[in-house]
Design a protein around this ligand. Sequence first.
Ligand code: ADP
Length: 297
Amino acid sequence: MLQIRSLSKTYPGGVEALRDVDLDIPAGMFGLLGPNGAGKSTLMRTLATLQDADAGSARLGDLDVLGDKPRVREILGYLPQDFGVYPKITAYALLDHFAVLKGLVDAAARRDAVERLLQLVNLWPVRDRKLGTFSGGMRQRFGIAQALLGEPRLVIVDEPTAGLDPQERNRFLDLLSAIGEAVVVILSTHIVEDVRDLCSRMAILAGGRVLEQGAPHELIDGLRGRTWRRVVDADEAARLAGELPVISDRLYAGRRALHVVAETAPEGFDAADPSLEDVYFSALLQAGATEAQADAA
Ligand code: ADP
């Protein structure tokens, strides 16, 4: 279990990227969901020992994640948001190089590890191709292979599916879900489906604050009986958006399907089964409303 307590970070210039963040992250897949600017990368980079927080703590078992950086680096696998590769080097050679950096100095053991990982991420057939010829999805799969070197106990992947086509995304997510259950895997994303399809626990982050955390199905249950749906024309949709807490507005057979969160059904609305998207957008809407109230006060 990774326990994060009261983690805060303000950048020079005054942006509060993390505000008193408390998270309990058990082994398995954990989804960190939030819009751009929420603070996800700041949190990921802090846990990956690449930058310092101003205050707070993070513990993984008996390991002080913020204090004992050398030990964290031994048990960490990290796929950053902008994973650059050297375009002129082959997949095999670069993974072998990363393996040396990770401390796999014994040649036979290293060869075994590199082969096993290239097979796992399905890049074995293209191991002798230069990385510059790889698609985005292949590069991300290579990124996961390097993150899994040395059998990490903490794996952090920052927005890994951005820019992948649906097929590449599915392959990548399948791969993530195959990482051992004893490993803490944190997946940061702004894509609700990534979390819904994959994660047993999750948190919603926005404006540097944790808005919700729990199991996706629990968060969905928490909205039950409070989501409502109505299909209207575009003009009506625009009018209702000014009056009601609309959490989604989608094209539906040329008209608009509105979802609203409210204690009782607004006029003309029917009960809707809440989805994880409804959870996400209703949390963001409520946080926005709270912030607007705080500004007014
Ligand atoms: P996310 O990954 O959720 O998009 P980030 O952690 O990248 O969020 O950013 C959170 C906030 O901190 C944003 O407002 C961003 O502009 C700001 N920020 C991120 N990195 C820096 C930095 N190095 N210096 C100043 N502000 C930063």
